[in-house]
Design a protein around this ligand. Structure first.
Ligand code: ZN
Length: 81
């Protein structure tokens, strides 16, 4: 199911019971990505420096990116006290 198909269902669900579960599953997965996840720091052997990475998929994220460019996860840049 595409995101647009899920949106169409959620806006007008009457008589479309067969695709209910798929639409809800996709909507929940999308909403979960809006809960910020802290970055993880990985040592990059090639460049000999720490790199910030997505806490979900591990992809490199730059310090101005609010969302992971790979999986779309919202990034939490706050530091632990
Ligand atoms: Zn990611």
């Amino acid at each position: 199911m595409s995101p647009n198909e899920a949106i169409d269902y959620l806006l007008d669900p009457i008589g479309k019971r067969d695709i209910h579960d798929d639409a809800i599953e996709l909507a929940v997965a999308s909403l979960k990505k809006q809960n910020p996840v802290k970055i993880i720091i990985k040592w990059d052997k090639h460049y000999c420096k720490n790199e910030s990475c997505c806490g979900v998929c591990g992809w490199y994220v730059l310090n101005y990116e609010r969302y992971c460019p790979s999986c779309g996860q919202k990034i939490d840049w706050s530091k632990d006290e």
